[in-house]
Design a protein around this ligand. Structure first.
Ligand code: BTN
Length: 257
């Protein structure tokens, strides 16, 4: 991965830490953030022993085949914008994976990267606040690159895929990771300059959700309706059969048809 140095264009990825094996790259990036590491510091591991997904799930992280990467950001955004960072990172990953693989990679709210409705990657954003400002965000990115599906446990195998599984070829993780980081530089910078509408527009273009019937559950209720849009904080707007529109900012989403 050392050859990344020559291909990184901006601040994101200028400083890269390679721990080899780590519990979770998000943990290490959060720790480094506490110790004063610079904005744009990136942790890339070969294997994770306690990779995490959203909602307390395990992220299966076998050695030598996939991307496990966390980007430390020092944003000046309000806490309400945490979701927008996941949307921004989704756009960056989706564009990079499409560009390098030529495959039709799509975004599913809030954090999934899909190919033919199977999960090829996911994003886990974790944030720290002081008062009313977000001062640290770690955007964790897991991409199934060269894994054979047999390496996954049966429950994951049923819903997951890898780039290799979709195209019968192997990919350079370095090339992919560098492409993701360069895309993130562009789209994060767009956010920083007030371009949230541009980021959300690109998300809409790459998403398979808008106009589809969906079901989403939060801690209290299950809602069914039509995914109308995302708002400029990255939250999902769902139109219920009653005609009212609700805003969802967490939960598990199923696309019904
Ligand atoms: C999800 O889809 O639930 C999010 C998955 C995020 C996985 C990545 S792998 C790198 C980083 N470190 C972690 O422990 N999780 C994220």
């Amino acid at each position: 991965m050392n050859e990344m140095r020559g291909v990184i264009r901006g601040e994101i990825g200028k400083n890269i830490i390679y721990p080899g094996v780590v519990d979770s790259t998000n943990n290490l990036a959060l720790e480094l953030g506490e110790k004063g590491a610079a904005h744009g510091t990136v942790v890339i591991a070969d294997q994770q022993t306690k990779g995490r997904g959203r909602l307390g799930r395990v992220w299966v992280s076998p050695p030598g085949v996939n991307i496990y990467m966390s980007v430390l950001l020092k944003p000046q955004f309000s806490p309400r914008d945490a979701m927008l960072l996941t949307v921004m990172a989704g756009v960056a990953c989706c564009r990079a994976l499409r560009d390098i693989s030529g495959l039709i990679v799509m975004l599913k709210w809030p954090n999934d990267l899909l190919i033919s409705d199977r999960k090829v990657g996911g994003i886990l954003t974790e944030t720290k606040f002081s008062g009313n400002m977000m001062h640290t965000a770690v955007v964790g990115i897991g991409i199934n690159v060269n894994t054979e599906l047999t390496e996954f446990p049966a429950d994951v195998r049923a819903i997951a895929t890898s780039l290799r599984n979709e195209s019968n070829r192997e990919y350079s993780r370095t090339t992919l990771a560098a492409a993701i980081l360069n895309e993130m530089e562009t789209w994060y910078d767009m956010l920083r300059r007030g371009g949230r509408a541009e980021v959300c527009n690109e998300w809409r273009r790459l998403s398979l959700m808008i106009g589809r019937a969906v079901e989403v559950a939060d801690d209290k209720e299950v809602y069914r309706g039509i995914a109308e849009d995302i708002d400029e904080e990255g939250q999902l707007l769902i139109k219920l059969p009653t005609g009212s529109v609700i805003t969802i900012n967490t939960g598990d989403l199923i696309i019904l048809r």
